[in-house]
Design a protein around this ligand. Structure first.
Ligand code: NAP
Length: 364
């Protein structure tokens, strides 16, 4: 269990609780309390002490994910305030007494998939109860500082800037597991990715291309299709009612070996239509609704699999960082906002106008 900030209302902030070198323990953060996106605000929170096994990180950048919108939309109105944000990169400010392998000044990225060690397992406990993702129910990264377990931190890849490093974390671990662990992607195979505008979708495109796959993407926006082609997409077509057949035609009738599905109801039928015999439809998102129909006979007569996945383990996070470094993969940054404009950034993400990742600059 991680304790990042004490849940004290700004009105009752207690000063002088500080560790020797912290100066002031009030930090600015994007916090959700109340209902919907209107419940998000830029406000003061109080930084807790750095306990055993913990590290205080001065954040340089954080990235938004659709999860932050879900958190706002699904929060209980009476729930206590929660600092949003799952992705972050920054500089170690101070460490707990027993942390010996990390020092102030170290540059780190944050693995928001909490307490899941090995790729061979699924995490213990239910989603948001036993297994947790940073940013709800525990306080997240949209803040000047975070206090987090040492084991959730890895060295920041030097080839990435702060924005890119922050943006890589959550979409990196999720798409890496989806493509390689669950999708078992091999060089030369074909991957279809509907809705390429999303941060996770663009990251999947970059990883799949680096692995030597053919990548076929869709979008509702012609400018995003053009950008996807420049990023290496072999085919980029409209998210309409026939793109599954277009994928089949492009692959000489065979279809895609892997479909990465993050949208749900709006694209499901075509995602199934695009899937090859023996293909794997790997799903980890449902931005446009999660209730879909499956024709079981078609599924088993085509030896197809539907695989659900969420986030990934510490093993996979480290492998993903190494893979990114090896192939020099820079996540796509659509737009940056200062931390103080984090609420505007959430509203922007909610319009789905982005192509790639929306980030927050903090302490830059
Ligand atoms: N389970 C996990 O571990 C995990 C991890 C990461 C993300 N996710 C989930 O994956 C999903 C994607 O997240 P994200 O943050 O990358 O992006 P996002 O903000 O959800 O946007 C994804 C893209 O989906 C497309 N889209 C949305 N509504 C659509 C519709 N009605 N019809 C067709 N396309 C539509 C749009 O693409 P175009 O603009 O190109 O049309 C949009 O840019 C979210 O649901 C998120 O919660 C889950």
């Amino acid at each position: 269990m991680c304790l990042y900030f004490s849940k004290i209302e700004p009105a009752t902030i207690i000063r002088n609780q500080l560790t020797e070198n912290s100066g002031d323990n009030t930090v600015k953060a994007i916090v959700h309390q109340g209902e919907g996106l209107d419940g998000a605000s830029y406000r003061d929170m109080v930084l807790a002490d750095v306990g055993p096994g913990k590290v205080c990180v001065k954040l340089k950048a954080a990235a938004l994910n659709h999860r932050d919108i879900w958190t706002c939309m699904r929060a209980e109105p009476a729930a206590p305030p929660c600092v949003l944000g799952s992705d972050g990169a920054g500089i170690v400010e101070r460490v707990g007494l027993d942390v010996t392998d990390m020092s102030p000044g170290d540059e780190v990225v944050i693995n928001s998939s909490q307490d899941w060690e090995s790729r061979e397992e699924v995490p213990l406990g239910e989603y948001n109860v036993g297994y947790k993702i940073l940013g709800f129910p525990d306080h997240g990264t949209f803040a000047e500082y975070i206090i987090i377990g040492r084991h959730q931190l890895e060295p920041k890849p030097a080839f990435l800037d702060w924005r890119e490093a922050a943006a890589l974390c959550l979409v990196g671990i999720t798409t890496y597991r989806a493509l390689f662990t669950e999708g078992r992607l091999q060089t030369g195979q074909t991957v279809a990715i509907p809705g390429i505008g999303g941060g996770a979708a663009t990251q999947a495109l970059l990883f799949a291309k680096a692995a030597g796959a053919k990548v076929l993407v869709t979008s509702r926006d012609s400018t995003k299709l053009e950008t996807a082609r420049k990023l290496g997409a072999d085919l980029a077509v409209a998210s309409d009612d026939s793109w599954g057949q277009v994928v089949r035609d492009f692959t000489n009738g065979r279809g895609a070996d892997i479909v990465i599905e993050t949208i749900g109801e709006a694209t499901w039928k075509q995602s199934i239509a695009a899937l090859a015999n023996g293909g794997r439809l790997v799903v980890f998102g449902a931005t446009a609704g999660s209730l879909v129909e499956v024709d079981l006979a078609s599924l088993f007569l085509h030896w197809q699999s539907i695989i659900g996945t969420t986030m990934g383990s510490r093993d996979e996070f480290r492998e993903m960082l190494a893979f990114s470094e090896k192939h020099q993969i820079h996540p796509i940054i659509d737009r940056a906002f200062p931390l103080s404009e984090g609420v505007e950034a959430l509203r922007y993400l909610n319009t789905a106008r982005q192509m790639g990742n929306v980030v927050l600059d903090i302490n830059i």
